[in-house]
Design a protein around this ligand. Structure first.
Ligand SMILES: NC(=O)c1ccc[n+]([C@@H]2O[C@H](COP(=O)([O-])OP(=O)(O)OC[C@H]3O[C@@H](n4cnc5c(N)ncnc54)[C@H](OP(=O)(O)O)[C@@H]3O)[C@@H](O)[C@H]2O)c1
Length: 298
């Protein structure tokens, strides 16, 4: 039986739909932890075992992990957390105990690229994700951390600005090339690892996308696919922090984002070479056609 956290989230929902297609032929049952089951479509709710609650809650994970052979683990973003340690490792602590107590064999977690780079220990949200990986690995469960660069899907937060002003912003240098991955590919990697549990020990599985792109490259590809000009505007880290504060995010999370963004400009995502094993298939152009364009036209 495979247990899936965040079945209503971006990656979790795609892991679940992939497993709904493929798990039955592998003889696997599926269970989800969800805070509000009404958010799951009826067609999905009928086909999975549902545990109601938060996967940060000790009682919830203890009962949900009973009988689970494998777990898909994703820590939800918590912009109000008092510290990044609380947000990532703190949220994971009860589950880490339950992996051992319930004898879970394999865990696949959503994490970030950066381990082993000189900036890994001052990269905000990413440093906190890597500490979460260490916590899970310390339980002795077989663990694979999906080591992700920035998601293509982050661009969806800027649909209004792209549509109305032809502007897309970030803090990275305009011509600095870096990996970027589609959440559909991250979900596909997770589903594959959850089904084929021949792996042992701990390690990370990078999901790098098919090519490195700069912000200017992304603006050009968006312009071509959307058939309207889109330009990149670089924001200072201070201005970005002020923007996040305007959305009501707490100080610890904002500092974590700023530290992560600075580290990305200093090589956080440059530590893993792209090979057939670390590349993932979806190009930014395909993602723009399938995901961004319908959102901009909606
Ligand atoms: N964005 C990036 O570029 C990037 C890069 C590398 C790694 N990551 C990591 O990716 C993860 C985010 O993945 P995602 O985009 O798939 O997330 P998401 O779409 O925001 O989904 C998170 C889900 O968590 C649920 N949730 C929220 N608060 C919760 C709580 N307190 N208890 C239980 N469930 C809760 C929400 O569902 P309900 O509201 O329905 O309960 C939501 O569907 C983070 O861990 C982040 O660090 C992100």
């Amino acid at each position: 039986m495979i247990l899936i956290t965040t079945p209503t989230g971006d990656i979790g929902s795609q892991v679940l739909s992939t497993l709904l297609d493929s798990a039955p032929s592998h003889g696997e049952e599926l269970r989800v932890i969800v805070r509000d089951p009404a958010k799951l479509p009826d067609s999905i709710r009928e086909r999975v075992d549902v545990v109601i609650g938060s996967h940060g809650d000790a009682e919830v994970v203890d009962s949900a992990f009973a009988g689970a052979d494998a777990v898909f683990w994703l820590v939800p973003p918590d912009p109000q957390a008092p510290s990044l340690e609380v947000a990532y490792s703190g949220f994971t602590r009860a589950a880490a105990q339950a992996f051992t107590a319930r004898g879970v064999g394999h865990v696949v977690g959503v994490s970030a690229l950066g381990r082993g780079t000189p900036v890994a220990d001052r990269a905000g949200l990413v440093t906190a994700s890597l500490a979460m990986d260490d916590l899970i690995a310390s339980t002795g469960v077989a663990y694979r951390a999906l080591a992700n660069p920035s998601f293509m899907d982050n661009v969806l937060r800027q649909v209004d600005s792209i549509r109305d002003n032809g502007v897309f912003t970030d803090t990275v240098a305009a011509d600095r090339k870096a990996p970027v991955a589609a959440t559909r590919d991250i979900a596909a990697s997770a589903a594959g690892l959850l089904l084929d549990r021949s792996w042992t020990g701990t390690g990370s599985v990078p999901v790098l996308g098919p090519e490195d792109l700069s912000a200017n490259d992304m603006a050009r590809i968006m312009s071509e696919v959307l058939d309207r000009p889109v330009r990149y505007e670089r924001q200072s880290l201070d201005d970005h922090g002020a923007t996040l504060a305007g959305y009501g995010m707490g100080d610890a999370f904002i500092q974590g984002v700023i530290d992560m963004k600075r580290a990305k400009d200093e090589g956080l995502d440059d530590g893993v070479p792209r090979t057939p094993h670390t590349a993932s298939p979806t190009t930014f152009r395909q993602w723009c056609e399938v995901v961004l364009k319908p959102a901009v036209l909606a």
